[in-house]
Design a protein around this ligand. Sequence first.
Ligand SMILES: Cc1cc2nc3c(=O)[nH]c(=O)nc-3n(C[C@H](O)[C@H](O)[C@H](O)COP(=O)(O)OP(=O)(O)OC[C@H]3O[C@@H](n4cnc5c(N)ncnc54)[C@H](O)[C@@H]3O)c2cc1C
Length: 568
Amino acid sequence: MTSTVPPAVPHPDGRPPITMFGPDFPYAYDDFLAHPAGLGRIPATELGTEVAVIGGGLSGIVAAYELMKMGLRPVLYEADRIGGRLRTVGFDGCDPSLTAEMGAMRFPPSSTALQHYIDLVDLRTEPFPNPLSETTPSTVVDLKGESHYAETLADLPQVYRDVAAAWSACLEEGADFSDMNQAMRERDVPRIREIWARLVEKLDDQTFYGFLCDSEAFKSFRHREIFGQVGFGTGGWDTDFPNSILEILRVVYTEADDHHRGIVGGSRQLPLRLWEREPEKIVHWAYGTSLATLHDGEPRPAVTRLHRTAGDRITVTDAGGGIRTYRAAVFTAQSWMLLSKVACDDALFPIDHWTAIERTHYMESSKLFVPVDRPFWLDNAVDDRGEPTGRDVMSMTLTDRMTRGTYLLDDGPDRPAVICLSYTWCDDSLKWLPLSANERMEVMLKSLGEIYPKVDIRKHIIGNPVTVSWENEPYFMGAFKANLPGHYRYQRRLFTHFMQDRLPEDKRGIFLAGDDISWTAGWAEGAVQTALNAVWGVMHHFGGETDPANPGPGDVYDEIAPLALPED
Ligand SMILES: Cc1cc2nc3c(=O)[nH]c(=O)nc-3n(C[C@H](O)[C@H](O)[C@H](O)COP(=O)(O)OP(=O)(O)OC[C@H]3O[C@@H](n4cnc5c(N)ncnc54)[C@H](O)[C@@H]3O)c2cc1C
């Protein structure tokens, strides 16, 4: 099943692939990364200068890696573990090759900046078994107590196909889907900006649900209900109904929810390998230098205080009592950390940025995984007379019961395997919050027992469950940002924060990055793109520049800046 196929999925008719290029800031991060001229250089007098990088998730690790390559000295602080929300864990007492992805687990090929780093550290990807995807053996959709077994959409009752058609019609009618899709494939910046400006003005105050209700195609409540369950891509999108429709359009235009691939061996390997990696091309530092060697193997501990000191310096205090002062710092932890876990000076950011940080809205998310002896779900089901039905005994399952999404993850027929018994968002996640891992598992097995009365899942379980509720994690407080209606302006302030020439001098030097300040939170691509913005910002702050042949995001900012909506 494993392969190293080229990242982006070519369109069957030969059109260019879709990538996460815009729509808000159509900058080619993938081309920037691939260019032999590199990401830029800093003046010789600045070589070796320390830059604080707060957070060792993907964004912090990418920023630190690129700053190190430029000849700066990143000083990485990490409160929890390297990888952040790329959190791959094992099961106590089980074969270490059995792992569970507690955070990100499936990556769209349109994430081409992310793919650059996946390739750089030689990781392989394989198709992820999403509902009804080509490589998923079977899917069961269970709604209101009625289950349907399907290998493709065509196997589901007509109403499901009607709902899929309604979604296409609704996107076409309300969001110029085909036009935008073509413009993004062709990287036609003026066209992308023209379509998107119109939609942002029209739809910033609209919820996902309101957008459906406004469409002729979705005038039936039943259709909206089914769509919420099965919807597009991974399904289960009704938990996003109160969010801004702009968030959903970003996902569907960029095909972020399609053609997903998992990272063989686990996503956490990506930041870990970058941490250890010795770049071939590196300025100032000796060949053989890595982030790990610069830090004697360990990042510094949690940051507990951030404040400004004379000369617009940023002074960082850590949980080990260390106090260090920097001319530049990159903050990549989720921005709510700045409101509570890190004692902050108001002078760090302009007041409008503080408002945007306070208004940031995170989605909750819970997962629970169990290890099993083998992929028993591929056994042939039999009917009441003991005759084979030609169906799998159990399938990837979407349901309106407590579990919502169940994923079956195997690595060959004769090896132990893993079930994600439940993956939930928002209110569905909060329903699990007070329950222990075992209590959760019991409720999940009961729900699945109602869908698969003849399957004894429990007898295959070979180890304790592992679970997470991201809203309950002290260094995260939520899974990922999801803008509500009216949040476009806040989002714009945070994303554009790296353009610091526009800020008062006493508000410069600290750079926000991480997926929650990106336009596409919940996708690792946003963590990479905003890290690259911050790298450009730091380079510029130190008087550096890019090669004219490879302009960075800040060099072309004025031509492609996100639409500014009026404030009054
Ligand atoms: C449940 C879930 C499912 C997801 N699914 C997908 C998916 O399928 N595909 C996809 O592409 N993306 C997915 N994502 C999103 C993806 O995981 C993120 O985009 C990416 O990992 C974010 O990286 P980051 O560096 O921006 O933030 P983080 O990974 O959150 O890193 C921030 C780091 O800062 C650290 N930190 C916090 N406070 C402090 C402090 N005071 N001092 C020092 N360090 C601190 C944290 O410990 C953390 O390591 C998912 C996320 C979740 C939670």
